[in-house]
Design a binder for this molecule. Structure first.
Ligand code: ZN
Length: 378
């Protein structure tokens, strides 16, 4: 029997007419992205590397200079010998022209917020103790923190970025974050209404991997960041884009079972990766059995992650969390185990390391959410 139903068409991009403002937004984002990635450039350089006409580049750059997002400076490299003329005027991103409010809800027992400039520099930091708040009380605390930070800003605020534990949908609704008692909590909408600013909310591990990708000195070869704290989560950037997954839950490797007879996990199963790799468990193991126990955990982690590295041909596997637990026998065992269990082509250029951004990785990533959403750069 044949089906007569129309096949579902899968589109990669939204269809529809491109409006002039879309084109304009695209041109802005393209030029800002080039300046963000590669630093100061002349208008001629920008036209060459963007493929836009000189006239379009001059128009867009003129607007951005007027808005204060770009500054001009005379004095690029001197003209090559035999050529006359003034050095070109270079334009660059005015990194102090705006501030970004970033919030990190990933730590145990505290909420941390900061003001950052447009190059991811943390300028002002504030921490409020959570003191067991859950549900609406925890939402209220986030609002208090954001209010303090907006009040402390010395430049116009570009937007608010939040990295939170749990599964977060594309609209900034926290679908499920058991530790904060949030279920279907519209965190982004609430902040948008309260502060009348653009708001971007994402899972903390996804936020962290964006921070590492933009400001952590990585390449474009495929990056997985495993965040080790009270729980364990991961985020992936592949081909330059954050991987979301079918139900916005990509990277939930912390609840993959590595030992069916292992300890009970908060999710209701036994022996999830989180039950061996979460920071409190690592501390217990280190105190009881010494560094060799960390190497044993590293082997378990390597066994769990080798299929991921092999499948995706990742370039970098980055761990973020307490360095005294991660950076040593644990990471060495992860590295060795993955190489033993994958083809040479998977392991040869694989880099296994800890995050270059330390404890700020979620804050910096939350700023990247805003940079990407508001300026189209990341
Ligand atoms: Zn679990």
């Amino acid at each position: 029997m044949t089906s007569t139903s129309t096949p579902v068409r899968r589109q990669l991009r939204p269809s529809g007419r491109l409006l002039p403002e879309d084109t304009r937004r695209h041109h802005r984002a393209l030029l800002l992205q080039l300046l963000f990635r590669y630093g100061p450039a002349s208008r001629a350089d920008l036209a060459r590397s963007s493929g836009l006409t000189r006239v379009t580049v001059s128009d867009v750059v003129g607007d951005l200079v007027t808005e204060g997002l770009l500054t001009e400076q005379r004095g690029g490299p001197a003209a090559p010998q035999g050529r006359v003329g003034k050095p070109p005027v270079l334009v660059q991103l005015a990194e102090e022209s705006r501030q970004i409010v970033a919030v990190d809800l990933s730590a145990d027992g505290v909420v941390t917020g900061a003001l950052l400039n447009l190059s991811g520099g943390v300028q002002h930091r504030q921490t409020h103790p959570l003191e067991g708040r859950r549900g609406q009380a925890a939402v209220d605390l986030v609002h208090d923190l954001v209010r303090d930070l907006v009040g402390a800003a010395s430049r116009p605020v570009l937007g608010i970025g939040v990295g939170t534990p749990g599964v977060v949908d594309a609209g900034g609704v926290v679908v499920d974050a058991p530790n904060l008692g949030w279920h279907g909590t519209a965190l982004a909408d609430g902040l948008r209404t309260a502060f009348d600013l653009p708001v971007f909310v994402a899972n903390d591990a996804n936020t962290a991997v964006l921070g590492e990708h933009s400001f952590g000195d990585t390449g474009d070869g495929g990056l997985m960041l495993v965040r080790v704290g009270t729980g364990v989560g991961a985020g992936l950037v592949l081909e330059g884009a954050l991987l979301h997954g079918h139900r916005s839950a990509a990277g939930e490797v912390g609840h993959v079972v590595v030992d069916p007879d292992g300890a009970a996990c908060a999710c209701g199963r036994r022996g999830c990766l989180e039950t061996v790799l979460a920071a409190p468990r690592l501390r217990e193991r280190l105190a009881a059995d010494g560094p060799e126990a960390l190497a044993q955990v590293g082997t378990q982690v390597g066994v769990a992650l080798a299929p991921v590295v092999g499948t995706l041909n990742l370039h970098e596997l980055v761990f973020s969390g307490p360095l005294e637990l991660l950076d040593g026998p644990l990471l060495a065992a992860v590295d060795r185990t993955i190489r033993e269990r994958t083809m040479p082509v998977s392991g040869e250029e694989l880099v296994v390391r800890t995050s270059a951004l330390g404890d700020d990785v979620v804050l910096v990533g939350a700023a990247v959410l805003v940079l990407a959403g508001q300026l189209g750069v990341s």
